[in-house]
Design a protein around this ligand. Structure first.
Ligand SMILES: [Zn+2]
Length: 260
């Protein structure tokens, strides 16, 4: 069990990183620099002071409005900060002070950026995926897990590449194929198989009713990235959710085969 101090540090670092992820989510898909200009209100353009920029607290103190023009600030900003902090805390609770925690934290940050950018723009960005994939590979190398990581990446790329070809690019995009490969680096072989299966099942349960409803309104695209992200989160933090039923099924088959 990690110490309370370690958990508190993980939470605070998560809030700060979450604040940075907000900048990435907003600016990178718009081809804006992440360092210049400094943080400003996207409505009135007024530069934000340090006091306006404290994760979660500033949003609460300002009651979700810009101090200068009074325009509403999306509740997504504190939400992203809280989600990042929560995932960092869960990483430390699950893996303690280890390289695995670093991997889980990098993965968590990547997942948060991917979900929101995909929801906003139906895009999975190479400029984010490539550096994260390199980081995942380096961590795997240091852990002596390069082979399972590469096998996971190949599995993700092959499965979703096939899905991309079969659906002729209408079901998911090439970005999803790269995302699956990158997640495979983190999740490794053979868990990437379970992650892929989980994401397709979750996708079918959530996306099909959405698509049916949207088709009536003339919009027929649902981003697939968030489902892959859910699959990756489950396989990182609670693999028993997916593997448990599978093992129970195997035992059931085994009992039937042996006539018990
Ligand atoms: Zn403003």
């Amino acid at each position: 069990m990690p110490s309370g101090l370690l958990v508190a540090i993980a939470g605070l670092v998560g809030l700060a990183i979450g604040s940075f992820l907000n900048v990435v989510i907003y600016r990178v898909p718009r081809d804006e620099s992440i360092s210049f200009p400094p943080s400003h209100c996207t409505v009135c353009g007024h530069l934000l002071s340090a006091g306006d920029n404290v994760p979660v607290i500033s949003w609460l103190v300002l009651r979700g409005r810009c101090r200068y023009c009074g325009d509403p600030i999306s509740s997504r900003y504190p939400l992203v900060e809280l989600m990042t902090a929560a995932l960092f805390v869960v990483s430390v609770l699950r893996f303690g002070a280890s390289l695995q925690t670093l991997a889980a934290a990098v993965l968590s940050a990547y997942l948060i950026v991917t979900v929101f950018v995909d929801i906003d723009h139906l895009l999975i960005l190479d400029v984010v995926t490539v550096p994260v994939a390199i980081a995942a590979l380096i961590i795997a190398l240091v852990q002596g897990q390069a082979l399972p990581a590469l096998a996971g990446a190949a599995t993700g790329a092959a499965l979703f590449g096939l899905l991309y070809i079969v659906t002729r690019g209408t079901g998911l995009g090439l970005g999803d194929v790269k995302l699956a490969a990158c997640l495979g680096l983190f999740i490794g072989w053979p868990n990437t198989l379970a992650m892929s299966a989980a994401s397709v099942v979750i996708g079918a349960i959530i996306a099909v009713p959405l698509l049916v409803a949207r088709k009536r309104r003339g919009r027929d695209v649902v981003p697939f990235g968030p489902f892959l992200v859910l699959g990756a989160l489950i396989m990182t933090f609670a693999p028993a959710l997916v593997l448990g039923p599978y093992q129970a099924y195997q035992e059931f088959l085994f009992r039937r085969a042996s006539g018990l």
